[in-house]
Design a protein around this ligand. Structure first.
Ligand SMILES: Nc1ncnc2c1ncn2[C@@H]1O[C@H](COP(=O)(O)OP(=O)(O)OP(=O)(O)O)[C@@H](O)[C@H]1O
Ligand SMILES: [Mg+2]
Length: 249
């Protein structure tokens, strides 16, 4: 299906992405001709049943996985043509990734985890740790900066992962189920941070979610099924973003 026409400047676009895992009879085609545009200034939510390919697509858009074929252009640069070293550098400068499984480093403190993107970017470690602590404060975890992630609850670890994705102010923030482990008040804090990223106008946010408390934050919702984007539609963010504290029964 044709991609949603939009006049806003493009942050990331994919054309004809295919991705499979495995070989021979066990080969599984996970993404089938996926074309999708994420615009600057928007929160695009991606929804669909478990196993339909959402994390795989996010990983390709975020440059942590390569497509078998097709094109991925992010901020004007063709990721599918980059060498691994170029891709790593691009990712460090442009992408904040909140992984479904958090991917925190267990042997270092929360502040050190959050500081990683800044250290990769060459920021002096004292400055990086100070900024990491400030960002932990934004997600309500200033008092846990020195603890290792293993001492924190699932929701607290998720917020550390969110702080790490935002600390270096990347132009593209990619989130895989960012609110799944969060209660309403922390979910609202996180979504307001992501809305702030999108509101800046030059930056874009892409969120995979099953969480119907957060849909009013979406500018557009893309629906995926069995490896394809089957619908992209405008959503309600223009009418005010708010966290749904009470779910309808
Ligand atoms: N590294 C891998 N090796 C083999 N198969 C994989 C790999 N990663 C994903 N898959 C398969 O690709 C399909 C899509 O997986 P993906 O993680 O993208 O789904 P998803 O839509 O994110 O699901 P969920 O909502 O459960 O997180 C699944 O069938 C999965 O088993
Ligand atoms: Mg997934």
């Amino acid at each position: 299906m044709p991609d949603f026409p939009d006049t806003r400047p493009v942050a990331v676009e994919t054309h004809g992405i295919e991705k499979s895992f495995g070989d021979g009879a066990a080969k599984l085609l996970v993404l089938k001709q996926v074309s999708l545009t994420v615009c600057k200034g928007e929160i695009l939510m991606l929804v669909g049943p478990s196993g339909c390919g959402k994390t795989t697509l996010l990983s390709i858009i975020g440059g942590t996985l390569r497509p078998d074929c097709g094109e991925v252009t992010a901020f004007g640069q063709p990721l599918h043509r980059m060498r691994s070293s170029e891709l790593t550098r691009f990712r460090a400068g442009h992408i904040g990734f909140i992984f479904q499984q958090f991917n925190l480093i267990p042997t270092i403190s929360c502040a050190e985890n959050v500081a990683v993107p800044l250290l990769i970017a060459g920021v002096r470690s004292s400055v990086a740790i100070r900024k990491a602590r400030e960002t932990l404060g934004l997600v309500g975890l200033a008092d846990r900066a020195k603890d290792r992630p293993g001492f924190l609850s699932g929701g607290q670890q998720q917020r550390v992962a969110i702080a790490r994705a935002l600390v270096h102010e990347p132009p593209m923030v990619i989130c895989d189920e960012p609110t799944a482990a969060l209660d309403a008040s922390n979910g609202e804090i996180v979504m307001n941070l992501l809305a702030g990223v999108a509101r800046s106008g030059d930056r874009a946010v892409m969120v995979v979610t099953h969480d119907n408390r957060i849909f009013s934050y979406a500018d557009r919702i893309a629906r995926m099924d069995d490896g394809r984007i089957i619908e992209v539609r405008d959503a309600a963010a223009g009418h005010g973003r708010h966290f749904l504290h009470e779910l309808p029964h």
